[in-house]
Design a binder for this molecule. Structure first.
Ligand code: IPD
Length: 288
């Protein structure tokens, strides 16, 4: 399978070509492991809440990706979900930095619900250079490279041009907190958007794949409180290269470490959603 294809394919190359190709190959290898493990018995543990799950496969896949990348690119830095859960700091410096989610959709994975992905983002000078997301069960490879477009299995991705909230299909994720105040705000945000006339709000259990729907134009916007930089890094490049916008829920510029996001095919749509949302505070990834 190729990273990009005949349909409007961007020329290969650029300064980070070797890194991009390494990310694609690792995403495929990780995908094979995850596909095989999906139907097997799993050892499941919890992290920040009873709904924040991790399995041995998350650890195996993260170790594979990090060991391989550290060997090939010893001067690079790494931010990865399970390392962060074990206490590693999430700091985005100007150094080339890999931002890795070994299994996005771990709760789906635990239940054999086949919507799981590997996500690998790469930033230099605190700017996102490329993103690779692999839908493990549908074998779809989503890629975006700064200035070179976004693709899914060789097909160029384009966001929808929808600006009217009353004609929009939205996506969100619940996030790991389940205390009554958080759930009340989560449901109230959804209610506000449905009252505004949105056609629907989908929750598919994987932030990265939900964001890929937005990039592909099969949904019009995404919002969430409680996602992390590893849920967002790769998808942000893919959405921007598909013509979409990714911003903070305040309507300001995206802050990758802020655990909150609004993304949409158009700026008008993103602003409408940002204006409707009440903030749910999840803290920051770089302050844990
Ligand atoms: C989570 C999933 C979930 C979303 C969380 C994410 P994980 O990632 O994408 O749908 O609600 O905010 O952290 O734990 O499966 O990698």
């Amino acid at each position: 399978m190729k990273a990009s294809g005949e349909d409007g394919e961007a020329p290969a190359g650029g300064p980070w070509e070797e890194c991009f190709e390494a990310a694609v190959q690792l995403a495929f290898r990780a995908g094979q492991i995850i596909r095989k493990a999906l139907s097997e018995e799993k050892r499941v543990s919890t992290k920040t809440s009873a709904a924040d799950l991790v399995t041995e496969t998350d650890h195996v896949v993260e170790a594979l990706i990090l060991q391989e990348l550290q060997t090939r690119f010893p001067s690079h830095r790494f931010i990865a979900e399970e390392a962060a859960a074990a206490g590693a700091k999430c700091v985005l410096t100007p150094s080339p930095t890999w931002i890795v989610d070994p299994i996005d959709g771990t709760c789906n994975f635990v239940h054999r619900f086949p919507t799981v992905a590997v996500s690998i983002g790469f930033a230099v000078n605190q700017e996102l250079e490329f993103g690779v997301i692999y839908h493990c069960t549908e074998e779809r490879l989503y890629t975006g490279r700064r200035g070179q477009g976004a693709f899914c299995n060789g097909q160029r991705l384009r966001v929808s041009g929808e600006t009217d909230l009353s004609k929009a299909l939205l996506l969100t994720e619940i996030g790991p907190k389940r205390d009554p105040a958080t759930l009340k705000l989560f449901l109230s945000n959804m209610e506000r958007l449905l009252h505004a006339g949105a056609h629907g709000v989908r929750v598919i259990g994987s932030s990265t794949l939900a964001l890929c729907h937005l990039a592909a134009g099969t949904a019009d916007a995404y919002y969430q409180f409680g996602l992390h930089c590893w849920d967002l890094a790769a998808a942000t490049v893919i959405i921007r290269e598909a013509g979409g916008v990714v911003m903070d829920t305040s309507g300001g510029p995206l802050d990758l470490m802020s655990c909150r996001v609004v993304a949409a095919g158009t700026r008008e749509m993103a602003v409408l959603i940002a204006q409707a949302l009440q903030t749910i505070n999840y803290g920051r990834d770089d302050e844990r």
